[in-house]
Design a protein around this ligand. Structure first.
Ligand code: SAH
Length: 223
């Protein structure tokens, strides 16, 4: 009997955690990056819950996108300086020899510099590679990618891995990226889970709206 009620309680707790994760996730995708920063500053426990939920989701995928970015960096010189926007648990920094600046809202690892990714404490044109691995979350995408443009050296690399179902119109997205000062070097749309893009910085972002930049929020279904 007590075994059964313990199992029932565990199931209820799982459901509650699942519901809170989906709610937090929805807030992250439907608000600005500043809203996200406020949310997690006010409630760091929410962040840990979010991360547990995130881990459970990506564990189901055949391949973690961050591993693709690790492989990419290992093929290039270890002297390249990297900025990881929305680094999570710093898997990337832990897996390569490069110097990696890790940015996130709450530190899951001592390597993390806590900040909003729309405003990172790096000098202009100071990094060779900027990475957004499942991290283009806020509605202020133009501001966030503008920040990556600012810190990247001319000709530097921008790597973006995002959930495939978030792309409404990939061509419009890539066109908008051109306006933000990024040329598409390669794209891999072969996975049904995530798309992977490599861009090169061609110059500063051109001012004005870039409507094609929009991505759908990534909302997880109840299971
Ligand atoms: N790149 C990691 C984690 C992806 S989860 C990986 O691939 O495993 C997305 C991460 O972006 C989360 O850790 C979340 O906290 C972070 N994030 C979301 N909004 C952010 C913001 N405004 N500033 C900094 N980090 C943010």
């Amino acid at each position: 009997r007590s075994g059964r009620s313990a199992a029932l309680r565990a199931r209820m707790e799982e459901r509650l955690l699942g519901a809170r994760f989906r709610y937090l996730n929805q807030q992250l995708y439907t608000g600005s990056s500043q809203d996200a920063a406020r949310l997690f500053r006010a409630d760091p426990a929410a962040f840990h819950l979010y991360h547990r939920g995130f881990e459970r989701q990506v564990r189901r995928w055949p391949e973690r996108p961050v591993q693709r970015i690790v492989r990419y960096l290992r093929r290039r010189p270890a002297s390249l300086v990297v900025a990881d926007f929305g680094c999570g648990d710093c898997t990337l920094a832990a897996s390569v020899r490069n110097r990696v600046h890790c940015f996130d809202l709450v530190p899951l690892s001592p390597r993390v510099t806590v900040c909003d990714m729309a405003k990172v404490p790096l000098a202009d044109e100071s990094v060779d590679v900027a990475v957004f691995c499942l991290a283009l979350m806020g509605t202020n995408l133009q501001e966030i990618l503008g920040e990556a443009n600012r810190v990247l050296k001319l000709g530097g690399t921008l790597m973006v891995a995002e959930v495939a179902s978030r792309f409404e119109d990939t061509r419009a997205f890539l066109k908008a990226m051109t306006q933000l000062g990024f040329r598409t070097v390669s794209k891999d749309l072969s996975s049904s889970y995530f798309y992977l893009f490599e861009f090169a910085k061609t110059g500063s972002a051109r001012p004005g709206p870039a409507p094609g930049l929009r991505l759908r929020p990534c909302l997880y279904k109840r299971r």
